[in-house]
Design a protein around this ligand. Sequence first.
Ligand code: GBH
Length: 460
Amino acid sequence: EAAAEADLISGLPASFRWGVATSAYQIEGATTADGRGQSIWDTYCRVPGMVDGGDNGDVACDHYHRMPADVELISSLGVDAYRFSVAWPRIQPDGRGPGNAAGLGFYDRLVDELLARGVDPWVTLYHWDLPQRLEDAGGWPARDTAYRFADYAMLVFDALRDRVSTWTTLNEPWCSAMLGYYEGRQAPGRQDFGDAIHAVHHLLLGHGLAAGRMRAAEPSIQLGITLNMGTSTPATDSEADREATRRADGLGVRIYLDPLLRKRYPEDVVADLAARGVRLPVLDGDLEIIGEPIDVLGVNYYSSHQVSGVDDQGRTVGDDGNPVETIVPMGRPVTAMDWEIVPEGFTELLVRLSRDYPGTPMVITENGAAFDDTAATDGVVADADRQAYLSAHLAAVAAARQRGADVRGYFAWSLMDNFEWSYGYAKRFGLVHVDYETQVRTPKQSALWYRDTIRRVRGS
Ligand code: GBH
């Protein structure tokens, strides 16, 4: 199997871009340094019971103070590119007003360090750390937040545009909206479906406003947005299961891609929402703004799902009066997150996207897995399971390319172990092991395999 995968991976072209990814709150620490304001994650971490172990991002990987050495580490992996995010509260502590020079200075130095080592910086403007003051003013369910985001985006853009060519507006708006405002499993921890749907529209509007302004200022930039997606398949061929799968795909994939790439919300999703008494708060002209052309679609893939429309009591309507939508395990091996390992769902997803939304090149902006690694002993972390996961998923990308999907690059999640949101530091996604007592970084076996794979494919 590994040999067949290696063959597929070897077929990736020399022009394929290789990278590693992180996000600001998960690695930086230094949450009060240089005038940084509070974000919704600083607040959420302090609500008892929300984050495993009561962990928070105050120190994390202390990357803010160790950045030059971390860039050297990135460079040692032989990657072309590094995807990181900018912490909005470092740039605008209150979410509005002029840029904070000290905060901008950090990313300015980071970009220079990367360029000095020949690593291409890929900037993500928003990876979930909304300034708390904007949440106090209504957060993403409030339309004004979209305009605040575009203003913030331009502050960062103007500071870095002379050296950064690839810009991602949002990371995974589904997570911001659904986990943050409906399920409450991420900051700000609210639980209102209507609020979450308003957040969806305002996240997309913020993306479009920012994209339009960046494009107008510099037509040649590479613009994108990153979505988390998987393949949903019906558990059985029953009408209820097929309907539940359609709804899951509607709220997971199409509610984002249709407005972004077709300038309209999917009719079936709008009807499903109406049946739940919820409406997308679309004003005249919004879809034109959201449909600002993008150059690259970022795809984050972790797992796929089998969906059923029937619950364990045989009902198709739940206690909340909503149609049932449950996930039926496929019986696959799982990662330490309990997420099933489904590489062929990755291939299916990419082929499907290239058919349903042709013409937009894709880049895998995240893919990776948490496993219970052993501690680094004598400088070695043997993580065969992570290496197998990466190999199978890279082969899945190569297979999708053979079937016509225009995928141009791959970023492993993550460069190093970090703050895994509501799971705290217990879950390790890194190619590089982090000892949180000493902050010592140790490349795992998977990191060395990734480095060698890149070399082999490039033929260098
Ligand atoms: C990403 O989100 C984030 O961008 C990143 O910050 C984070 O560290 C990383 O992934 C790892 O979590 O339980 O089988 O239904 C991941 C988004 C959405 C992926 C929910 C897994 C559920 C899988 N996740 N999804 S399952």
